[in-house]
Design a protein around this ligand. Sequence first.
Ligand code: 4NP
Length: 159
Amino acid sequence: MEKKKILFVCLGNICRSPSAEAVFKGLIEKEGLQEYFIVDSAGITDYHAGGPADARMQRHATKRGYNLTSISRPVDPITDFRVFDMIIGMDNQNIRDLEQLAAGTNAATKIFKMTDFCNHCHYEEVPDPYYGGDEGFELVLDLLESACRGLLNFLKNQK
Ligand code: 4NP
């Protein structure tokens, strides 16, 4: 079976999208489904390219058993829109930026918003935690855990 290729995207690729990558990988590992997926993350910007995930995000993720190992990189509009099946942004601005990067191609159909896969969260975006406190990082993880579960259910139902 062809692997499903999923790219999570946020602004800097140091808080939300590396966490989404780790949470989704944790879920598919728990279910023994790793062989069916390729999972990666990237940023709209290259501000933090080459660097590790934000130390605060890492600390909160570690407490829940997630190891954030990815190194920040910007979205590559040509390769990423060709290679990945789903490109999942964290907030409305990410979606607008991704749509702009995909303009003129048919890749816009690959763009999704993370909270669309949440079943019981009352949020329409995964809020940027970068300039806030601990509760923002915890909220990111709460939303991502719910959305990743919803995403996996969505993909299982597609088959
Ligand atoms: P992320 O968080 O998009 O979830 O990785 C941010 C990281 C860095 C910045 C903003 C948001 N920044 O302005 O540098």
